[in-house]
Design a protein around this ligand. Structure first.
Ligand code: SAM
Ligand code: CA
Length: 221
């Protein structure tokens, strides 16, 4: 399990983890199991999971949307931080990945808090809006295909309550967003969305943290 942070030195990152990481055996086990998969770099870092768990507690978030589950580290971090009665709607297209996640939700005793919806997340979010769940959610974590980030943004704006929080993962895209030579599609989408959110009056308290691969936090007005 090699983890690091590309925006700070290895020594600083090690210092942060050594002093503050409170990951338990279950979280460590999930990282180890995922570490053997070729796509292991898709998993969020443990300090990021811990940070998002803290946000869930600070907001007392009980209605959460996650877009991009993979093997479940972020959903586990947030679902375990929720109090009883909370629900996390987990969106992904992969049965194989989410089967791994499901095993950890069960072991953590939070499976009953998670509403897994398999299918393209845009369709799932449109379905939630059609079900009349607009304005009901406290928190949305967006970590799936970057091409659809703008579509996720618009739909999450509808689904969040006033004061609800959106968190976009990988918003710095390994630093490529500031490389003028990079005009790739995903880089351009992330750049344009960041600029749009930065000036969008529908959100307040916008913050971009160089945590993990960059987290953009935006609170709905
Ligand atoms: N948050 C996860 C974690 O903590 O490990 C990592 C998520 S991984 C970066 C992205 C996930 O998005 C993958 O599991 C993939 O199957 C899923 N995904 C990709 N395209 C999707 C789509 N259109 N709709 C829903 N899920 C999608
Ligand atoms: Ca990610």
């Amino acid at each position: 399990m090699s983890i690091g942070n590309r925006y700070i030195s290895a020594e600083l990152y090690e210092y942060i983890l050594a002093n503050t990481l409170r990951e338990d055996d279950l979280g460590r086990d999930l990282r180890e199991v995922t570490g053997h998969m070729p796509e292991s770099n898709m998993q969020i870092s443990p300090d990021q999971g811990q940070f998002m768990g803290m946000l869930v507690k600070l907001m007392d978030a009980t209605r959460i949307i996650e877009i991009g589950v993979f093997t479940g580290y972020s959903s586990l971090s947030m679902a375990r931080a929720m109090r009883d009665g909370g629900t996390l709607v987990a969106c992904d297209i992969s049965v194989d990945y989410t089967d791994v996640a499901r095993g950890y939700w069960e072991r953590a005793g939070v499976a009953d808090r998670i509403d897994l919806r398999l299918g393209p997340a845009i369709e799932t979010l449109d379905g939630l809006i059609r079900e009349g769940k607009g304005g009901e959610f406290d928190l949305a974590f967006i970590d799936a295909d970057k091409e659809n980030y703008p579509g996720y943004y618009e739909r999450c704006l509808s689904l969040l309550r006033s004061g609800g929080l959106m968190i976009f993962d990988n918003i710095l895209w390994s630093g490529r967003v500031v490389d003028p030579a990079d005009s790739g599609r995903q880089t351009s989408i992330l750049r344009d969305l960041t600029a749009e959110i930065g000036r969008d009056g529908r959100v307040v308290d916008v913050t971009l943290l160089p945590v993990a691969d960059g987290l953009l936090l935006a609170r709905k007005a």
